[in-house]
Design a protein around this ligand. Structure first.
Ligand code: AMP
Ligand code: ZN
Length: 115
């Protein structure tokens, strides 16, 4: 846990969020500024600042995050129509919170390329 990290505080329950799913390794909650009818954030409980800070020991964790995103999309009923998982890395990538997170966006037609 990083004491000055917003998402660590959400994972610890110190800052409120609408949590959809959690287990020993990750927390899933609603994005406060949704960009699609479903816009969830999947975060590891472990503080990892960016994709660049991942190591081989996180491979299982990242796989678990993706599998959880797919399960949620299936459970919410939009897996077959399609969805997007996004990770923004550093400033030019659009990252604004320095705790690794994956956006799960669904239930609208998403365009390409992203802005
Ligand atoms: P990124 O720009 O990829 O770093 O994404 C950060 C996301 O966190 C943005 O989509 C924000 O809307 C979202 N966000 C910021 N603060 C909160 C919060 N307190 N609860 C839920 N989502 C948040
Ligand atoms: Zn953190």
């Amino acid at each position: 846990m990083s004491s000055d990290c917003l998402f660590c505080k959400i994972a610890a329950g110190d800052i409120p969020a609408t949590i959809c799913y959690q287990d020993d390794y990750l927390v899933v909650f609603e994005d406060i500024n949704p960009q699609a009818p479903t816009h969830l954030l999947l975060i590891p409980r472990k503080h990892i600042a960016t994709t660049l800070d991942l190591t081989a020991e996180d491979n299982t964790l990242v796989g678990h995050i993706f599998q959880t995103a797919a399960k949620i999309a299936t459970q919410l009923g939009f897996a077959d129509e399609g969805f997007r998982i996004v990770n923004n890395c550093n400033q030019a990538g659009g990252q604004t919170v320095w705790h690794l997170h994956f956006h799960l966006l669904g239930q609208r037609q998403l365009t390409w390329p992203p802005g």
